[in-house]
Every structure is written in structure tokens, then in C-alpha cells.
Design a protein around this ligand. Structure first.
Ligand SMILES: [Zn+2]
Length: 337
């Protein structure tokens, strides 16, 4: 088997409210991507174990975790204008957070070369003491923190169209996690400027690439060459985790980026080549056009075994060199302070 694919029936039961874009049908769309990936025979399904309280407490305040548990189990409701929970959301959140931990155990046992975790609710907006932006527990952060506790150095590559403010915040002072985010800017949640570079011992280990609407893959690749790759080389990751949001697809209803399904595959190919087999995980974040989600997940899965699916062509368009130059200069100024 090449790819471990983790998903759980309880992820479907998390209900963010009628008409909410973060809907249960998203998981069906991702599962359809398994069938359309062309690499189905290399994919093995597993049912994740839930995270423990100790796992969550590495990145979240115990008081927040307890309040979230009680709020869900008492019936749920709105946590903020974007974020609602149901009774089932508590189990779903524990199982989403546990999926990465379970994947690490299985990858270390040699079960596969990489893992894709099709989870709900998503995680990258959740901060240490608060849910926000459809996210309850920061799934990627829980996994990264467990790896760091075991002496690993973790690159989190967040290509969701929104900035992962929660992940950035949790690891802002941590020299053992390199957080790299490409995101549309300005856009919710408003963070992720190029001059946010980390603090204390973590100066330099936050890399933000804020890009304007309609940005295509050429700009991503140029920014990788000029800004991200040198930071990755200096950091030396031993594991990579993709915060795999597919809402940067050009057909997504919530954002205006210009990516195609194949672009996510090509980004995954670059990312997963940075570390040896068995140290590569992708965890689902956003993505709200169901067909785009299917094709993007399929292209990502194909890339995880070295294939280019080409269900859609890569996006075309010149790299926006002035954008990259401005990011590089803002970052350099901030690093000199
Ligand atoms: Zn998003």
C-alpha cells in the first residue's frame, strides 16, 4: 500500500447548520476523488482513533477544550457567526484531531509512504483558546505538536486559500515547526501578512505568502523558489504536513484564487519530495465547490504516488514578480528588526 486514507462516519455527523458551506457532502466529494484518482489500488482505508485530552492540551487550553465539550454535549449552537456545532461535533472533533496521530503511528510502522486524512471539522483557524472559521480543534497543530514532542522538526505547508491563523499562532515562537502559508489576501481572517515571521526562538519559522485574487500556479512556484525553498533548506524538516485546503480552486464559491485541481497535485509533489517516505501527511481543511473538491483530492492522491492525473490542466499565467518581490522585502525587513 502507498497511501493510508483515514476517514470516519462520525465526520459526517458534525452539523454546522443548514446551508452552511462546510457541509457533510464535502466528504462524499473527497471520497469520490479516491475513485477518480487513478491510483485506487494503492490506497488503503483506515478508521482513526480519537485524540486524548493530553493530545489536545499540547496546543489548546484545557479550559477551552472542556467548555467546547460541554457546549457540544448540551446541544450545541453558534460559537461565532461562522462556526456552529451539534452534539455529534464533539466526537467528530476528537476523531479529526486523532486522525493525524493515528496516521503517524501507522506510517512509523511502515504501513504506507504517506497519509491523506479526510476529516471534518477542519482545523487551521482554531487558536489555543477559541474556535473560529468553521474550526474547533486545530488538527494539524495537534499532530505537529506530538511530533515535536518526540524530537521531530515539522514543516506545515498550508495551501488553503485562507490564512491558517490558528496554526501560525500556536507555533509562532516554536523553532521546531516551520509554518508556511499561501493565501489570498486580503481575505478572512485578515492575518498572514508577509511581515509576520515568528517571534522569540521562532523568528524566521513563519513564512507567509499573501497573494491577490486570481493568482495562479506560476506565482506559487516562483515564491517557492525564491522564498519558501531557502527557508525549508535552512530549517531541515523531518516530517511534512499539508494543511490541505482546496478552496484556492478557481471555482470555489468563497474565494477568488486561480488554481486548478492539478495545481494542488503539483504542490503536493514538491512538498512530499522534501522528506523521506513514511513522513508525509495531508489533512483536509477547506474546499467548498464539491466537484472541484473531488478533482483536487484526486489530483493530490495521484501526486502522493508520483502520478500527474491531469483531470484539469495546471493553471496558466505569468508569475507575479512584483508581488513576490514585495513579500520578500517585507519579510527581510521584519527579520532584520
Ligand atoms: Zn479556507
Amino acid at each position: 500500500m502507498e497511501i493510508l486514507f483515514g476517514t470516519h462516519p462520525k465526520y459526517i455527523e458534525h452539523d454546522a447548520g443548514s446551508g452552511h458551506p462546510e457541509q457533510p457532502a464535502r466528504l462524499d466529494a473527497v471520497l469520490a476523488g479516491v475513485e477518480e484518482s487513478g491510483v485506487r489500488e494503492g490506497i488503503g482505508f483506515f478508521v482513526p482513533e480519537p485524540a486524548t485530552m493530553a493530545d489536545l492540551h499540547r496546543v489548546h487550553d484545557p479550559a477551552y477544550v472542556d467548555a467546547l465539550r460541554r457546549f457540544c454535549l448540551m446541544g450545541g449552537g453558534q460559537l461565532d457567526p461562522d462556526t456552529a456545532v451539534s452534539v455529534a461535533s464533539w466526537d467528530a472533533a476528537l476523531l479529526a484531531a486523532g486522525s493525524g496521530l493515528d496516521a503517524v503511528r501507522r506510517l512509523r510502522a511502515g504501513e504506507a509512504s504517506s497519509a491523506f486524512l479526510a476529516v471534518r471539522p477542519p482545523g487551521h483557524h482554531a487558536v489555543a483558546d477559541r474556535a473560529m472559521g468553521f474550526c474547533l480543534i486545530n488538527n494539524v497543530a495537534v499532530t505537529a505538536a506530538s511530533l515535536v514532542a518526540e524530537g521531530e522538526k515539522v514543516l506545515i505547508f498550508d495551501y488553503d486559500a485562507h490564512h491558517g491563523n490558528g496554526t501560525q499562532d500556536i507555533f509562532y515562537r516554536d523553532p521546531n515547526v516551520l509554518y508556511v502559508s499561501f493565501h489570498q489576501y486580503p481575505l478572512y481572517p485578515g492575518t498572514g501578512r508577509a511581515d509576520e515571521v515568528g517571534a522569540g526562538a521562532g523568528v524566521g519559522t513563519t513564512v507567509n505568502i499573501p497573494v491577490p485574487a486570481e493568482t495562479t500556479l506560476g506565482t506559487y512556484q516562483a515564491a517557492i523558489d525564491e522564498i519558501v525553498a531557502p527557508a525549508v533548506d535552512a530549517f531541515g524538516p523531518t516530517w511534512v504536513i499539508a494543511s490541505a485546503g482546496f478552496d484556492g480552486h478557481r471555482d470555489d464559491p468563497l474565494t477568488e484564487l486561480g488554481l486548478t485541481a492539478q495545481d494542488f497535485g503539483d504542490l503536493t509533489s514538491w512538498l512530499f519530495a522534501l522528506v523521506p517516505r513514511g513522513r508525509r501527511i495531508a489533512i483536509l481543511e477547506g474546499g467548498y465547490n464539491l466537484r472541484a473538491l473531488t478533482l483536487s483530492a484526486a489530483s493530490t492522491l495521484a501526486a502522493m504516488v508520483g502520478e500527474r492525473l491531469m483531470a484539469e490542466k495546471p493553471s496558466s499565467g505569468e508569475a507575479r514578480i512584483p508581488v513576490i518581490r514585495a513579500i520578500r522585502e517585507a519579510r527581510a525587513r521584519s527579520l532584520e528588526l
